[in-house]
Design a protein around this ligand. Sequence first.
Ligand code: EPZ
Length: 424
Amino acid sequence: MDSILVRGGAELNGAIPISGAKNACLALMPAALLSEEPLTLTNAPRLSDIRTMTQLLESLGCEVASLQGGRVLVVGTEQISNHTAEYDIVRKMRASILVLGPMLARDGHAVVSLPGGCAIGARPVDLHLRGLEALGATLDLRDGYVHAEARGGLKGAVFEFPFVSVGATENLLMAATLAHGTTVLKNAAREPEIVDLARCLRAMGAEIEGEGTSTIEIQGVERLFGTTHPVVTDRIELGTYMLAPAIAGGDVELLGGRRDLVTAFADKLEETGVEVEQTDTGLRVARRNGRVRAADIVTEPFPGFPTDLQAQMMALMCTADGVSHLEERIFENRFMHAPELTRMGARIEVHGGTATVTGVERLKGAPVMATDLRASVSLILAGLAAEGETVVSRVYHLDRGYEHVEDKLSACGAYIDRISEAAE
Ligand code: EPZ
């Protein structure tokens, strides 16, 4: 397994290009199951999770062409030749559940393995299933698989989510495009990835209104067509790299970055004393002198502070002046980075869903390890600000969501290197 070595202390100056959003692309790719015509996605990120989704779609009979080194994906589904998403793939990546709605909507049947729990929490898929039942599907849970049927087709309905779920909103949005009649999704997720999916579906011929608000209305259509769609900028990658100059000092422009994708996060960063400026080409972030100030955060669905930036924000708070409270409200077990940051000299106490961080002058490099994607990158960020060397192991988590992290950071002057398995 590869590791990443970071030697702290260097200021960062320069520019970092931000890729297309992993989490948008993972919802857009299954949308190709809804049409016999190919869906072309441009600005796709080159990540292992995208390769896993490719594998899953191929196992269902899709043809996936990866062009321009993976930047462009063409997904063709003339027909779905296998309607079963196997456990072996689904267990690797929870977003696999997103093939359920589209397969069911197009062919009236689908079998998808249940994903099981994961490092950051139990993460059930009950809302996906309840929503599909509301659209008239019959579901049967057997041998760890959901067997779903809607032989006469799905039927439009009103479904109110008891709480916001990004994935369940995506699954139902896709399913409803081919249902008979009108579907209204209430208390729907408002994340930019939902907006991106709705735009793509509309370009494919779907009738959708209200994306980006908590009520989405979908008028079912007979069929959808092919289109070409650019994947929206990855707001979590953007926020992560905004934290790099904040934590290490310096001045970095995040190319392609838009403030509206990260408003709550950018506001918080400014509260700590970091400068954030929208330019014509991206977002510029600078910390010129002194320590940042401590700030409290509470994770919430969009437009609130994203859970996917909580670990990285904690890394910044570890060296802030003062005491901060970070409250995690989306996932019950998303503080695995705290004990690792503590190994680097951070002062963190976790009580239930809240972490209290007392900032220290300087972190100290250490060998660390993380069990999820955002936790891994938070340790790299901490390493940038630490004295000496930090080695982050198990970086396959990182490769799920960050493209060439070492190249992007070293281009701005960070000392960061990948130690590949063969060299260990
Ligand atoms: C998406 O996960 C993202 N993943 C996550 O990104 C992100 O953390 C999360 O949204 C929240 O923003 C993708 O888009 C592929 P949810 P998702 O359904 O859709 C509970 C990353 O690091 N819930 O909004 O799975 C659930 O357990 C990650 O890139 C149910 O109880 O998240 C959680 O507590 C990891 N039943 C909360 O709702 C359900 O049926 C929100 O989950 C569905 C969800």
